[in-house]
Design a protein around this ligand. Structure first.
Ligand SMILES: Cc1ncc(COP(=O)(O)O)c(C=O)c1O
Length: 389
């Protein structure tokens, strides 16, 4: 492989779970491994900063510092002001809460567009809201090669469309959506552009200003952090929305208005350690460049008879691959591979219900999800194991 800025052996030394190298984790889209320093930061916060905000004693001040630092780290990660960061339990909970908040003044018959590439965590909130409030939800189609169909989106737009929701990249097949293009189309009819970035943010450097989206939600456990979510909301929207929150609770900065109840402070300390970790290994640019090489190596080394659903090269995708092997049952294969020390999954729909209708396999397919702590050697060993199946 060409030289990259990422020293993968030094990276792996920071993870207890990767140090012996025996098991090959290829399921990052399900959940990534976590460096020890993140766990240490969580434990330290519980030991040294366990209280609530707003009191006059030292421990409470430390909690406030944890919260303020996490907001700054989140802002750097997303490319926005710390004021516009919202923390929550995970992407799905944030999406249910923010979609209801955004729609408080929408009218019966208003339309919501979601993409067939979406995970149901980004679809169900709109489906349930529509069931409660009489909105209409429609799929934006995929193209023949399972990409986002921008023409179909353009055809569906009218002034009743209130939001266009889409993934930043598919959790099943890895395809990246051109969010800036979706934003432009959505904004042309006054609709919001609402991004489920759970997979995207783990692999692509994020700049919500350049994407020009209105809401962008991701989950730290997909990029070596703890189990919690964070979102960006466009400042003017956050100021205009009426939040669902306890009335005396803090409402400054504006993102706080959408964080009801007490935050998981120890996880926020872990999140800050996660961002410090990512920045210390070169940041998302270095990570993306390394993962692109790794992904191409995987594609180049696939055995004959392997089908890759979606993009056949690393162009326009993150290193998440959905594959099948001719004549091999995916569920059996995943079980055998686990026995041989490779962590992959087989599943039917991958929570991507709109995409599933377009995927040609009968029962299930194997998802192989790479991330920056994987090595070229792991990829080669895995491709050999696939060939032996
Ligand atoms: C694209 C995508 N969206 C949403 C989710 C749900 O995220 P969370 O577990 O943070 O609710 C996932 C989980 O894998 C996902 O991959």
């Amino acid at each position: 492989m060409a030289a990259t800025l990422l020293d993968v052996e030094a990276v792996r030394a920071r993870f207890s779970s990767l140090r012996d190298g025996g098991f090959v984790f290829l399921d990052a889209p399900g959940g990534s491994q976590v460096p020890d320093e993140v766990g240490d930061a969580i434990a330290r916060a519980l030991r040294e900063a366990s209280a609530n905000i707003g009191a006059n004693y030292e421990t409470s001040k430390r909690v406030e510092q944890v919260l303020a630092t996490a907001r700054e780290d989140g802002a750097r990660f997303l490319g926005c002001s710390p004021d516009d960061v919202i923390f929550g339990q995970n992407m799905t909970v944030l999406d249910f809460a923010l979609s209801r908040t955004a729609a408080r003044d929408w009218k019966e018959g208003d339309r919501i567009l979601v993409s067939r590439l979406d995970h149901d965590g980004g679809v169900a909130p709109w489906v349930e809201l529509a069931a409660d409030r009489g909105f209409e939800v429609e799929w934006v189609n995929v193209t023949e090669d399972l990409g986002f169909d921008y023409d179909d989106l353009a055809d569906r737009l009218d002034d009743r469309v209130r939001v266009v929701a889409c993934v930043g990249s598919s959790n099943a097949i890895g395809t990246i959506v051109d969010v800036a293009r979706v934003s432009e189309l959505a904004h042309s009819v006054g609709a919001l552009c609402w991004v489920d970035a759970v997979q995207y943010a783990a692999h692509v450097p994020t700049d919500v200003q350049a994407l020009d989206c209105d809401v962008f939600i991701c989950s730290a456990y997909k990029f070596c952090g703890p189990h919690f979510g964070l979102a960006y909301g466009r400042h003017e929207l956050l100021e205009s929305w009426r939040p669902y929150k306890a009335r005396p609770a803090a409402a400054d900065p504006v993102g706080r208005r959408f964080e009801p109840g007490t935050a998981p402070y120890e996880l926020l300390a872990g999140f800050s350690a996660t961002i410090a970790y990512l920045e210390s290994i070169g940041g998302m640019e270095a990570i993306a460049a390394y993962e692109r090489e790794l992904g191409q190596r995987f594609l180049d080394g696939l055995p004959d008879g392997a089908t890759v659903y979606g993009q056949p090269t690393m162009d326009g995708r993150v290193p998440t691959f959905l594959i099948n092997l001719e004549g091999v049952d995916a569920a059996d294969a995943a079980k055998r591979l686990a026995g041989e020390g490779f962590g992959v999954w087989a599943h039917d729909n991958w929570y991507s219900l709109g995409l599933r209708e377009k995927l040609p396999y009968p029962d299930s397919a194997i998802r192989v999800g790479l991330i920056h702590y994987n090595t070229a050697d792991e990829i080669d060993r895995f491709n050999t194991a696939l060939a032996q199946l």
